[in-house]
Design a protein around this ligand. Structure first.
Ligand SMILES: N[C@@H](CCSC[C@H]1O[C@@H](n2cnc3c(=O)[nH]cnc32)[C@H](O)[C@@H]1O)C(=O)O
Ligand SMILES: [Zn+2]
Length: 429
């Protein structure tokens, strides 16, 4: 099966490529050619004139089933929001709630141009099912909180997820181990997870230094910053690590992360909305750290639209540094694509448009007043476009949205399920 995308303005997102008009040939699940004009045969042609083609966006930090808690309890402090609201609701979620909550996220992500993402949550078998059914590319971890003895149950689930799902869906599913955060993971169990990740060769996905409260708690318990705490447990020696947030890092902390494998998922919208602070992204980049973008769960971020995240990331650093030159549009787009792919450990497969990579790409309809004229396509995508401008989405060579119609998800049934499930989850909380 050969699918030809004809006549798009192509942003390959490779380091030295300039935008050019051209064709993209997809053969089964892979990109076969990215060229000014493809003269050969194709089974199907998508006319992409007036559209921008670019790699699909990569959301490096999410808790998909939390779509069910969107706008349920906004405007609370994080620790209160998490401990008094989110955790009690989560305790009531059954496997089908998880599946449909995750599916709601898949629909929202595909509709706004996200083709791969990282998730940390509970009942992950059912998130995996939603990723498989929707066609999404996903990096999945069972979130691990070690605050009480569960007889190893969470650890078992984490391992079974890895064994059962790694490589599923033609390699679309990858897995990680997900110790939740320094304040929910004491040194003993955390050190075990670090060893386990090394043994199994899987990356670690963990929250870090999201709030000032966390910094205070870790200082009280261990006399260290959260970053020092993880560093002294050896986390950054060998493991590939996906750090979510990293808002409250000292200069010394950033120094400790230099040379780490993996990097930081910056979640500016969640950080802004929860009043957490501004991550020192410019300092991280200056130290050569890899920084990608994530939304966090829809419970905290309100939206999974990575176009909102790109704007927030750029504008927050410009304001914070009093310098409009920092985080230029092209760099923000790289954070939302190639850099995210590095964080997920899948940069050899996705993140740029080039022959040999898996065909994960989006077409953005530029025939709109707010996307004219065409001085700088990077700036238009990063600063002017929104998720609703994404016209067509292809993941692993499969068209999952065509002309804004979802091909893999029945939205009517999805909304019916969500409406039916939510009252039981939140009643009295
Ligand atoms: N609570 C689960 C394991 C954690 S899964 C991932 C967790 O991250 C939580 N979470 C979501 N957003 C945030 C955030 O912004 N900061 C910290 N935790 C979050 C979410 O509520 C969920 O509990 C258990 O006991 O087994
Ligand atoms: Zn999170």
């Amino acid at each position: 099966m050969r699918l030809l995308i004809r006549g798009a303005l192509i942003l390959t997102m490779k380091e030295n490529d300039e935008p050019f008009s051209g064709d993209i040939l997809i053969e089964r699940d892979r990109i076969a050619a990215v060229v000014p004009r493809w003269e050969g045969r194709a089974d199907e042609v998508i006319d992409a004139s007036g559209m921008v083609a670019m790699p699909g966006l990569i959301n490096a930090h999410n808790h998909t089933p939390m779509t069910l808690m969107r706008a349920f309890c906004d405007d609370l402090r994080l620790m209160e929001w998490l401990e008094k609201k989110m955790l009690p609701v989560e305790a009531r979620m059954d496997e089908e709630d998880i599946y449909w909550g995750a599916m709601l996220a898949m629909a929202e992500m595909i509709r706004s141009g996200t083709t791969a993402y990282a998730d940390m949550y509970i009942h992950m078998d059912h998130v995996a099912r939603a990723a498989i059914d929707s066609g999404m590319r996903a990096s999945l971890a069972r979130g691990l909180v070690f605050l009480e003895d569960d007889g190893g149950k969470r650890r078992e689930e984490a391992l079974s997820l890895i064994e059962k799902w790694t490589g599923a869906g033609n390699g679309r599913i990858t897995t990680m181990l997900g110790p939740h955060a320094p304040f929910t993971c004491p040194p003993g169990p955390l050190a075990e997870v670090i060893d386990l990740a090394r043994e199994r060769g899987v990356p670690i996905h963990i929250h870090l230094a999201e709030t000032k409260e966390e910094v205070v708690r870790i200082r009280e318990r261990y006399g260290q910053t959260p970053t020092e705490y993880l560093y002294h447990l050896g986390l950054f020696e060998h493991n590939h690590v996906l750090l979510a947030h990293a808002v409250h890092l000292t200069r010394r902390d950033i120094g400790l992360l230099r040379g780490m494998r993996g990097g930081i998922a910056h979640n500016p919208v969640s950080n802004l909305k929860l009043g957490c602070g501004i991550a020192p992204v410019c300092d991280m980049l200056a130290q050569g750290l890899t920084v990608g973008l994530g939304t966090d769960g829809a419970g905290s971020a309100a939206t999974l639209d990575m176009f909102v995240e790109m704007k927030a990331a750029a504008w927050l650093q410009k304001a914070d540094q009093s310098d409009p030159a920092v985080l230029p549009a092209r760099q923000v787009l790289r954070m939302a694509t190639v850099e995210g792919a590095k964080l997920l450990g899948i940069a050899d497969r996705v993140g740029t448009l080039e022959a040999g990579k898996q065909a994960d790409l989006i077409l953005i309809d530029f025939q709109k007043p707010h996307l004219q004229p065409l001085h700088d396509p990077y700036a238009l995508v990063a600063y002017s476009a929104s998720g609703a401008d994404v016209d067509t989405v292809i993941i692993d060579g499969r068209v999952v949205m065509r002309r804004r119609e979802l091909m893999t998800i029945d939205e009517e049934e999805l909304f019916r399920q969500v409406k039916k499930r939510v009252p039981r989850l939140v009643d009295g909380i």
